[in-house]
Design a protein around this ligand. Structure first.
Ligand SMILES: Nc1ncnc2c1ncn2[C@@H]1O[C@H](COP(=O)(O)OP(=O)(O)OP(=O)(O)O)[C@@H](O)[C@H]1O
Length: 143
């Protein structure tokens, strides 16, 4: 088992529905430690840059508008197999298809307002963490 870091974002709908604490608890309960946390209003340029891989997708414009519709919580999560573990805790992109007990099944309204983002590979996690955090903003701690 490898200790990894991954980027997690609580999207604007998660803040509007007041589930920041519940979402973070889901991670902590499953052994993913937040080692950096910041509340931030993303600019349009930051959101477009973050989702640049989706630029050609039909939902890109709406995705960017949604991501700047209010502040988000940016987090680095650390733990065993953190990238995959986070994806499992989040559930499928579409909350209607997400397993019961996952964040998206329990808190998300729709595929476009799906409460959380999580890096989908270790390589993307490294890039996404570096997109938002300097190494000095990440503070690790043991049990
Ligand atoms: N068909 C769609 N209609 C509207 N929005 C979509 C659609 N597909 C994806 N999205 C939005 O774009 C985001 C990125 O899509 P992607 O396919 O990378 O999903 P994901 O990896 O599960 O989500 P994320 O990257 O946010 O963790 C999704 O989280 C969702 O908010």
């Amino acid at each position: 088992m490898a200790i990894e870091r991954t980027l997690s974002i609580i999207k604007p709908d998660g803040l509007k529905s007041h589930v920041i604490g519940k979402v973070i608890s889901r991670f902590e309960e499953k052994g993913l430690k937040p080692v950096a946390i910041r509340l931030q209003q993303l600019s349009q340029t930051e959101a477009e840059g973050f989702y640049a891989v989706h630029k050609a997708r039909p939902f890109f414009k709406d995705l960017v508008s949604f991501m700047i519709s209010g502040p988000v919580v940016l987090m680095v999560l650390e733990g065993e197999n953190a990238v995959l573990a986070n994806r499992e805790i989040m559930g499928a992109t579409d909350p209607k298809k997400a397993d019961k007990g996952t964040i998206r099944a329990d808190f998300a309204k729709s595929i476009d307002q799906n409460t959380v983002h999580g890096s989908d590979s270790l390589e993307n996690a490294k890039n996404e963490i570096a997109y938002f955090f300097r190494e000095t903003e990440i503070q690790t701690y043991s049990a």
